[in-house]
Write a protein that binds this ligand. Structure first.
Ligand SMILES: [Ca+2]
Ligand SMILES: [Ca+2]
Ligand SMILES: [Ca+2]
Length: 297
């Protein structure tokens, strides 16, 4: 069990929105001190009243728009559902601060908005010094975009990891690239899904040169919204669920090792994993995530 204080670490959730009022997330969702809700873009970042992040899909400041934001809420809980509060679940990093960049709406998302979302976090870090360590990217689709590659590179320049789901098509990404997981930026970590026995999920994408490591992604219980703003929990499967375990681990490592660069964190997560038979030859490391190798007391 790890009780490292993650409260100084910020994580970007590039996904659907987040149910920030969920009883197991409230308190771990960032409030923007630089742009109070007054109809004015006080911080001059181009987004009016982005009090908890921004909805790039709807082009508004409501990052939670109902039960359709279940995927983003589920991913968020795996990163940072509150630990030690006696209810529900605990995320990997119990007090990390979540910031929503909602770019997936009812009709999916666009690469143009994904680029804006990545840059939103880079801007928060460069202009306000916010300790944004990583973005969680449990999504895929669209072909190669030099614009998105460049945005991830800008994040890299500012020591923000881009942690991406390998995808759920059972494909070898070395042969059949899938983006964003297949971008070659050095700050990107691509994540495959394993089950509770360490087996690679049958539907998980893989790749000995393009998928970095495995993490739990089968039957993952986490936070979801229910109608009328009720807090609930649900069990989901996918590389989308594996990815936030790695993002939470990045946050935990950053909390335990202040001042670490993105490269330091990536190296620790990849080299600290446990050799796992199902991932040998299927991932760069042949390892599954092992948080305790680097961050447990
Ligand atoms: Ca603003
Ligand atoms: Ca304002
Ligand atoms: Ca909205």
């Amino acid at each position: 069990m790890n009780r490292a204080d993650c409260s100084s670490v910020y994580v970007g959730i590039i996904d659907e929105g987040i149910m920030y009022s969920h009883s197991d997330l409230a308190g771990n969702v960032w409030t923007n001190p630089h742009d109070p809700v007054d109809g004015i873009d006080n911080d001059g970042n181009g987004y009016i009243d982005d009090i908890r992040g921004w909805d790039f899909a709807g082009n508004d400041n409501s990052v939670y728009d109902g039960t359709g934001d279940d995927h983003g809420t589920h991913v968020s809980g795996t990163v940072a559902a509150k630990g030690g509060n006696g209810i529900g679940v605990a995320g990997v990093c119990w007090t990390a601060q979540l910031i929503s960049a909602k770019f997936l709406g009812a009709n999916g998302g666009t690469t143009a908005n994904a680029i804006k979302a990545v840059d939103y976090f880079t801007d928060l870090k460069t202009r306000h010094g916010l300790n944004v360590v990583a973005t969680n990217n449990s999504w895929g689709g669209g072909g190669y975009s030099s614009g998105l590659f460049d945005a991830i590179q800008r994040a890299n320049t500012n020591n923000i990891l881009f942690i991406a789901a390998a995808g759920n098509s059972g494909l070898n990404l070395d042969v059949s690239p899938s983006y964003p997981a297949s971008y070659t930026n050095s700050n990107l970590i691509a994540v495959a899904a394993i089950d509770s026995k360490g087996n690679l999920a049958s539907w998980s994408n893989y790749g000995s040169t393009s998928v970095d490591l495995g993490a739990p992604g089968v039957g993952i219980l986490s936070t979801i919204p229910r109608k009328n703003n009720q807090s609930a929990y649900g069990s989901y499967s996918g590389t989308s669920m594996a990815t936030p375990h790695v993002t939470g681990a990045a946050a935990l490592y950053a909390a335990a090792h202040p001042g670490s660069s993105a490269a330091d964190i990536k190296k620790a997560l990849l080299s600290g994993g446990v050799q796992t038979g199902s991932l040998t030859g299927k991932t760069v490391t042949g390892r599954r995530l092992n948080i305790c190798s680097s961050s447990c007391p």
